[in-house]
Write a protein that binds this ligand. Structure first.
Ligand code: 5GP
Ligand code: ZN
Length: 116
């Protein structure tokens, strides 16, 4: 497993920092965001460290988006979501704050107040 010392999400992948894991596969893990934008907001990350969208390999990128799609598809039945936003921030200029690639999967509810 390609871990980066002092990376928060590498520590979550390794089970060294607790998180509420909602899905896992060979390449990815998904867990609840600690500061959810809406109820059920989750993050999908590759198990192997990559800093951001510019850095991640094509296979891990595809695996993350496939996992994000599966999670999104489960949200209407599991959470009563009416829609979903998928979001990635790459570099601080684009609001990235944790430098281990992640896809936000944000369930949306008719009339919810979130503005991106
Ligand atoms: P970014 O701003 O980089 O796109 O997103 C980072 C996300 O990671 C934020 O939504 C933030 O709430 C979440 N986050 C930061 N620290 C932790 C943590 O320790 N655990 C979990 N589960 N999420 C975190
Ligand atoms: Zn990492």
């Amino acid at each position: 497993m390609a871990q980066q010392p002092d990376c928060l999400f590498c520590k979550i992948v390794a089970g060294e920092i607790p998180a509420i894991v909602v899905a896992e596969d060979e390449r990815t893990i998904a867990f609840m965001d600690i500061n959810p934008a809406t109820r059920g907001h989750a993050l999908v990350v590759p198990r192997d460290h990559a800093r951001d969208l510019f850095d991640i390999g094509a296979e891990d990128l595809a695996a993350c988006f496939a996992a994000a799609q599966r999670l999104a598809q489960s949200m209407p039945a599991k959470l009563g979501a009416d829609g979903v936003n998928i979001l990635n921030s790459c570099k601080p200029a684009a609001w990235q704050t944790v430098f281990h690639f992640h896809v936000h999967v944000i369930p949306r509810y008719d009339g919810d107040p979130l503005r991106l």
